[in-house]
Design a protein around this ligand. Sequence first.
Ligand code: FMN
Length: 167
Amino acid sequence: MVSDSTTDIDSIRFREVLGSYPTGVTVITAVGEDGRPAGMAVGSFTSVSLDPPLVAFLPDRSSSSFPRIRTASSFCVNVLAADQEAVCRAFATRGGDKFAGVGWQPAGSGAPRLDGVAAWIDCDFESVQEAGDHYIVLGRVRELDSTDERPPLVFFQGGYGRFSSTA
Ligand SMILES: Cc1cc2nc3c(=O)[nH]c(=O)nc-3n(C[C@H](O)[C@H](O)[C@H](O)COP(=O)(O)O)c2cc1C
């Protein structure tokens, strides 16, 4: 039987098992309609489509930053480098000035492109759909770039690390 809002899945077990899937770490940024930059750390980033060029991320409905990000027409996905764990922690913490001590330049859309990232993807909002206690946000890519000089930060089972090739 398919259940609706109730579930038999234990939430601790759910997090534990899903935490076995490693992710990169991004910071999604935008300049809100109040003119101030907003941002949040997000692991649920993925590419979706090449033609048209679409990407996605899944913000929690309880996030206080996403409603501010959503007031913009564009956002920038900043793929954090292995040495940016402190940046991740700052953007994963509710409240305060998350941008204190973090350098950034406006991307083409005006959304903040953080200094020292491994890659950045500047996007226009394409759609926002409800999905349980999260949203699914689709972005249409305007411009993007990456560097080979900075390997990415990796998040796995609640801890941070870096990528090491088996080759
Ligand atoms: C590695 C990592 C990945 C995260 N991924 C997500 C995510 O995909 N979606 C989300 O809503 N929150 C995610 N978070 C949590 C948010 O960063 C955090 O709850 C949020 O920024 C809290 O502040 P806010 O109220 O300003 O949004 C992640 C946190 C960390 C440390």
